[in-house]
Design a protein around this ligand. Sequence first.
Ligand code: PMP
Length: 358
Amino acid sequence: MSSRFLREDLSLFSPYSVTYSPDLIKLDANENPFELPDEVKERIKEEFTNLHLRIYPDPTAFELRRCISSFIDVEGLDESNIVLGNGSDEILQYIFIAFLNRKDSVLYPNLSFEMFSILSQIVGARDIGLDLNESLTLDLSSVINALVTYKPKIFLLCRPNNPTGWAMPKEELLVILDKSRELDTLVVIDEAYSEFMGESLAYLVRDYDNLIILRTFSKAFSLAGLRLGYAISNEEIIRDLMAVKLPYNVNIFSQMVGRVVLEYSDMILSRIRFIVEERERVYRKLLELPRVRVFPSSANFLFFYCEEENLMDELLSYGIKIRRFEPRQCLLKNAYRVTIGKREDNDRFINAMEEILS
Ligand code: PMP
C-alpha cells in the first residue's frame, strides 16, 4: 500500500518490477552471457588503485565523453554531443523531465520498453500507443498518421525493439524523422541493442536537430551491473539534459571502467558474433516446436508466444528463468522473451522446452 503522501495521480501507478535471481540460468533480462575478459578486469583492478574515491567525480565526465566520441567515430560529433547517465534508463528519465510538460503527449509502439510508460506516468504525460501489426512490426503509414493526428512532443522507438527484436528499416525511419522535424516532434531512438544488428544511426544527429540516440554499456559491453549509458544529440539538447541531471550521477568508478572498456572495445565486442549465431540457432529450434510462435530478432533475445499454461513455472523447475509478460494487452497474452545465453544455457533452455511441450 502506498503512503498518504503519494501524489494522487500516482495512486494507480505500477512500477517496474523485477526479481533478483542470480542463481538461476538467467535468460530473462537481456544481459550479456559473457563476463568481461580477464585482461580487462585486471586492467580495471590496476586503475582502481589509483582512483581518488575521497573526492567527487567530474560531474561532466569529460574524459569518458571524449573516449565515447572517438569510439562513435562520426565526423563532426565530439564530447559536446554526449551526455552520460547511470544507465541509459536514467537518461530516459532526464529526457522526460526536461522536455515534457504535464499532459504533453508521448508516442511509442504498444509493445515496447516498459520504462516509456512508467516514466510517462511519473511525469504526468499522456501516452499514446501505436498498434503493431500481425507480424509485430509497425506500419510506416500508421506512425505518420499518429504523428500528424496527435502531434506528440516526443516519439520513442527502440531499434531493435525490446521485447520483439524487430528493427525498423532505416528508410522508413528517415521518413518519420522528416515528418517529425516538420511537426517539431522530438524523436528518441533507443539503440540499447543496436550492436547486435550491427548498425547505429548516431550519425543522423548531424542532420536532424530533433533527434536523440540512446546507447548503453549494459548489453554488448557486458556491463549491466555497472550502470552506464549515454545519449548522443546536438549541443543544445545535450546542454538541456546536462542541466537537469544530478551533478554526480556517474560515479568515479563507472567513469574509469567506461574508459577502460572502450580501449578494449574490439576484444569485448568480438563476442557479439557468438550471440548472434546462437540467436539464429535458438530461433530455428523454437520454430520447430509445437504450440510456439517465434519472431525473427535483430537483438540478443527472442520473442515468442506459447500456449503452454505454466511455461514459466515449468522452466523454473529446470532452473531456467525467462521473461513472461503480464497480459495487460492482447499482444502480451501468452507472450515470452528469452535472452540468448551461452551455448550450454541455450541448449538447456531448448531441451527443457522440448520436454515440456512434448
Ligand atoms: N532501453 C532498452 C530498450 C532496454 O531494454 C533497456 C534495458 N532493459 C534500457 C534501455 C536500459 O538499459 P540501461 O539502463 O541498463 O542502460
